[in-house]
Design a protein around this ligand. Sequence first.
Ligand code: ADP
Ligand code: MG
Length: 257
Amino acid sequence: MSEPIIAVESLVKRFGGFTAVNNVSFKVDEGEIVGLIGPNGSGKSTIFNMLSGALKPTEGSVKFKGAEIGGKLPNKICHLGIGRTFQIPRPIHRLSILENVVVAGYFGQDGIGSREQAFDAAKTSLEMVGLPTDHGVAISTLGAAGLKKLELARALATGPKLLLADESLGGLDNSEMDQAADMLKRIRSEMGITIIWVEHIMGVLMRVVDRVMVLDHGEKISEGLPTEVAHDPKVIEVYLGSDSEDAQASAESGSGN
Ligand code: ADP
Ligand code: MG
């Protein structure tokens, strides 16, 4: 078998005395779409922050294509081929949609040559997510779904081999959620990008991913095919436990944050 694209071993993140991620290990093979789900506060974004270099792991190892990247700087990790979206989009409002994506390309691609090349790469990313590629279209024209698409375009413009997509469905209605899921499938099939996809709800994610991992209080409590995981008593307890009406509502409705 070929080497996994990413292998996480015994990853721990503590903030002071609080353990946000506790001894998490997993592997993802090239070409997979893997879901990482769990209630709010279970440690999903913290794992992404460690994989992308925004946070240093307290303990453990992160190997990307066989090489240790744990604790490396975000720009280094991005150059190596890991792109990410942020749960809360923070575009540069003074710049246009196209310019925002161009800036991401300059950040993420070491060898980006000419200005023309940077704009071409940005336009390709915008086309992939279905946003306008014309010069000068303002960020203010985008709603919640548009801002999520812009996050994806910015991550794609960095030229990733592995995409970490954080809560890409937050704040979207049902048809927008279906669209976003289709988009992730096309990003894999047309661009050959491996994807780890974080959501706190199961919803549409379970129909798209090859495999799913479930976090609760910083620990991985389940992993497997979506159908297996959905029937795992530990997962049902976390999502549908009698003291967890919020989780139940969000698991059923597939609504955002
Ligand atoms: P999720 O993305 O699953 O909703 P997070 O990874 O954002 O959860 O957070 C996991 C836990 O770690 C939460 O209790 C959160 O409050 C805490 N946490 C996250 N980032 C920090 C930080 N920089 N400092 C202190 N606590 C944090
Ligand atoms: Mg989060």
